[in-house]
Design a protein around this ligand. Structure first.
Ligand code: DQA
Length: 150
């Protein structure tokens, strides 16, 4: 069975309590539950990982190539700063979908630049839980080797 790796970056463990006016009241457990339901329906395996530490995320991506066929990542604050996560995605060449709960382009200027987006297949930003749902749908298609080019 194809396996998709889901990575949640720093502070996403605090969802539900963290700036609910920006990120809503949804918790990371609720997001993961929804993603697992979708994965089951589509007959793909899901591995879910959250870390507040850049190096742990880099290690996870670096070791993912053997077992995982696509990566769904919300790099959170590392979106805007991490050359190391970008390089890990390049090094493993794993098809990647970047997601954000909030619309990073309607927020502070420093959030407008993603170091990850240029090495991802695409980015979904601004739809709350639905960003993850749309992102997982895209990652499933990538994992199954289907890319919609139309
Ligand atoms: C975020 C947006 C980032 O700018 C921020 O640092 C986060 C969450 C989002 O999901 O909207 O931690 O990735």
């Amino acid at each position: 069975m194809k396996k998709i790796l889901v990575i949640h970056g720093p502070n996403l463990n605090l969802l539900g309590k963290r700036e609910p006016e920006v990120y809503g009241k949804i918790t990371i457990d609720q997001i993961n539950k929804k993603l697992k339901e979708i994965a089951m329906k589509n007959k793909v395996d899901l591995e879910v990982f959250q870390s507040n530490h850049e190096g742990e995320i880099v290690d996870k991506i670096g070791n993912a190539k053997k077992a995982c066929t696509a990566l769904l990542i919300n790099p959170a604050a590392y979106t805007h700063t991490s050359v190391a996560i970008r390089d890990a995605i390049l090094a493993t060449d794993i098809p990647t979908v970047e997601v954000h709960l909030s619309n990073i382009y309607s927020r502070e200027d420093f959030r407008h630049n993603s170091l990850i987006a240029p090495v991802a297949k695409g980015q979904i930003s601004g739809f709350g839980l639905d960003s993850y749902i749309y992102g997982l749908e895209a990652a499933i298609k990538l994992a199954k080797g289907y890319e919609n080019k139309t």
